[in-house]
Ligand binder design. Structure first.
Ligand code: SF4
Length: 533
């Protein structure tokens, strides 16, 4: 361990009452830095050394410059009034350092805190993030670890969402054979894969570039999709997510209904095609919607889970919701963006629904599918969004308590209607501030939702090893990390949740519940491709 700081004029004998100040005086190359200010006896100095050692264990390095520090610890003494006054003065001087910097952590330690901080102390110093009893570094270390885990999870989520959007935005229609070949040649076969089912979009929301870049909506044929999923399953994929810009409009173009929600009503299907399908190719594909496709994909042996995204509020039919409710492989997870909480903003975006419509839809989804997780997308600071209009978004997220919100700050994309005809008049500063507020609210909501799973046993499909822990997702798409020496990749397991945070949960392996192995044969096209390469 490196010596974190030198003691300037420290008394050589512990437990004396003279006061001494110490400060971290070593530089470090560590990315994150701590600074410890100590006053008091040798015991306090020893405690500060202990805190420093614990911080270094989790990757922090010392700095003597306050402005470089991510963490400042004040280790206090109250034996003499002068020592207490100095600590209070130091605390006051640190207010500006902490204020408005959510990434910084201020910890107060030692005799001023005592065994437990008094309410008076908590009230007097709201800028202090962590109160620590003498010799007790654990609360600070736990908080920093937690923040690190949360940041990592948030980063991972963002990466996955970005990858999904890239796939949705940029994938050109490719034939079944090419998709299968690509996967087969790309190294390790993933446990969960994405399968585009509708390309392009005919809706034309004013902020969106997709219709210009990807053209009008085109659904792939059921046979082609089923064939591709069979090929993926034969290679070891266990979960597929069916992708479309408006995934619940799957099949509209096959029926010749190319309009948007202003001109085309949601497809309600007919009694015959509500039946489970065994061979998709025998049916009339022009009569298919997403519910039928889900039924066709559900028949594929060896496939364990199915998801689909992204939905549009205007096309979420009961047929689709009933398919989610009734088909065991289809996960209780709906991604349906609201984008904004204010009706005028929604109108400017040309989304085609109101705040009240969306609230009603969420209530209906929850009523239809027990324990469903609903995710949404939000755009902050769209053209002309006033403070009051933004508050409607805060309000709707606060009320609905959705499982996840993917939040983005508006930026005009050249060629879109909003870029050509509207003014990007919400300043970047305001967008950043609104984003922070909404993200904080959603973090709180996610933390509360996840906390309800504490002690429960949930089903997780394990996708990969991540830093010595197995990483997987629940049916409701919640990230779970499992500590287990067993080879769990690609297994469906039950996990008892032992810890929860806003972005992820941790759990204990209970048992493997993977379905029995079935003999899976790849479609002929897949086999010939493998042989050819
Ligand atoms: S945002 Fe609107 S236009 Fe863009 S892909 Fe989604 S529905 Fe289509």
């Amino acid at each position: 361990m490196t010596q974190p700081h030198q003691v300037a004029g420290a008394h050589p004998v512990a437990n004396l009452v003279e006061t001494h100040e110490t400060a971290t005086d070593k530089a470090s190359n560590a990315e994150r830095k701590y600074h410890i200010w100590t006053i008091g006896c040798q015991m306090n100095i020893a405690d500060s050394n202990h805190v420093a050692a614990e911080l270094e264990k989790i990757g922090y390095g010392p700095t003597n410059k306050l402005d470089d520090a991510d963490v400042v610890v004040l280790n206090t003494c109250v034996v003499r009034q002068s020592a207490e006054d100095k600590a209070i003065g130091k605390l006051g001087s640190l207010k500006p350092w902490r204020k408005g910097n959510p990434d910084r952590t201020l910890a107060l330690m030692g005799c001023m805190v005592g065994v437990k901080p008094s309410q008076q102390l908590l009230d007097a110093y709201p800028e202090v993030d962590v109160f620590m009893a003498p010799s007790e570094a654990t609360p600070l270390v736990n908080r920093l670890r937690q923040a690190e885990i949360d940041a990592e999870m948030a980063h991972m989520e963002r990466q996955q969402i970005a990858a999904r959007f890239r796939l949705q935005d940029e994938l050109q229609p490719v034939g079944t054979q090419q998709s299968i070949k690509h996967l087969a040649l790309s190294g390790q076969v993933p446990v969960a894969a994405h399968v585009p089912i509708v390309y392009g979009c005919s809706h034309a929301c004013t902020f969106c570039i997709i219709p210009f870049r990807r053209g009008v909506e085109r659904s792939r044929s059921v046979a082609e999709i089923v064939n591709e999923v069979r090929g993926l399953v034969a290679q070891g994929v266990r979960e597929v997510t069916l992708l479309g810009q408006i995934v619940d409009r799957y099949g509209y173009d096959l029926r010749g209904e190319m309009g948007n929600s202003a001109t085309v009503a949601p497809y309600l299907g007919s009694a015959e095609n509500n039946l489970p399908l065994v061979d998709a190719t025998l049916q009339d594909e022009a009569a298919y919607d997403l519910a039928d496709l889900l039924r066709a994909v559900h028949e594929i042996e060896g496939l364990w889970r199915i998801r689909f995204l992204t939905s549009h509020p205007n096309y979420m039919t009961d047929r689709i919701l009933h398919a989610v409710r009734d088909l065991p492989k289809v996960c209780e997870h709906i991604e349906v963006p609201i984008q904004a909480g204010d009706d005028e903003v929604l109108e400017r975006m040309k989304r085609g629904y109101t705040n009240a419509d969306y609230r009603q839809l969420v209530a209906h989804i929850r009523q239809t599918i027990p324990n469903v997780a609903i995710h949404t997308d939000i755009i902050i600071g769209f053209c002309g969004e006033s403070d009051e209009q933004f508050e409607k978004t805060m309000e709707v997220l606060g009320d609905l308590k959705l499982d996840k919100a993917h939040i983005a700050r508006y930026s005009p994309r050249p060629g879109t209607v909003s870029a050509r005809r509207m003014s990007d008049d919400v300043t970047e500063e305001v967008k950043v501030a609104r984003f922070a507020r909404l993200e904080a609210l959603q973090e709180q909501v996610c933390a509360e939702i996840n906390q309800r799973s504490l002690g429960e046993t949930v089903e997780v499909l394990v996708e990969e090893l991540h830093k010595d822990k197995w990483r997987g997702r629940t049916r409701t798409n919640k990230l779970v990390f499992i500590d287990s020496p067993l080879p769990l990749r690609g297994r469906l397991v039950e996990v008892e949740i032992t810890w929860t945070g806003p972005w992820s949960m941790q759990g204990r392996f209970v048992r493997d519940v993977s379905p029995l192995p079935v003999k899976i044969t790849a479609p002929k096209t897949t086999i010939s491709l493998f042989a050819a390469d």
